[in-house]
Design a protein around this ligand. Sequence first.
Ligand code: GAR
Length: 219
Amino acid sequence: MGLRLGVLVSGSGSNLQAIIDASEKGFIKSKICVVISNVPNVYALERAKKHNIPAIVINHKDFPSREAFDQAIVDKLKEYNIDLVVMAGFLRVITNVLLDAFPMKILNIHPALLPSFPGLHVQKKALEYGCKFAGCTVHFADNGVDTGPIIIQGIVPILDNDTEETLSKRILSVEHKIYPQAIKLYEEGRLKISGRRVLIDPPLSPDEKTFLTNPLTEL
Ligand code: GAR
């Protein structure tokens, strides 16, 4: 079923763009009905306007507490009758005010393979740690930092000549694939939560499964 999406952003909005494109192409049935940024003048707002999506700034600096800011976000999302909240590069910790208003209806994307590397500058951390893989995670939001139940993850190799920039770019290209896919599974009602596990029902077909090693291995 097509849902009314509210997308929260803080920056460039390339994930927002991937979701706009997925919606316009019909890959997902849901429609973005409002984009809210906590930072004025970010490019994500321009992207929304180009597609005639209401683009609103609610600046966290105008509020005395995280809760008061979250209440303003909730009020705006309710005004637009939003069914599912999509945090796409939204760099704020959210409180129970937002979580309680949209229980298990808030998704987040994070540029690391959680639970490794929550928080900020995580592509650099994975590179410096010496990981052979990095990736990205779409998960339900909860009141921890990048801790909610995991819906989908995508992996990329870390190459010897990578810099933070090249690795971030490789991860971002996978983010743009897994976020629309997570929304599609959600809108199809295929996400079943069992404790911390999010199971896909009906499951993905066997030919959709891939396995990778890095460096390459002869199996
Ligand atoms: C993305 O890499 C996203 O995963 C990350 O911010 C970037 C936003 O890019 N989010 C976080 O780090 C949240 N913990 P975008 O504005 O181009 O979509």
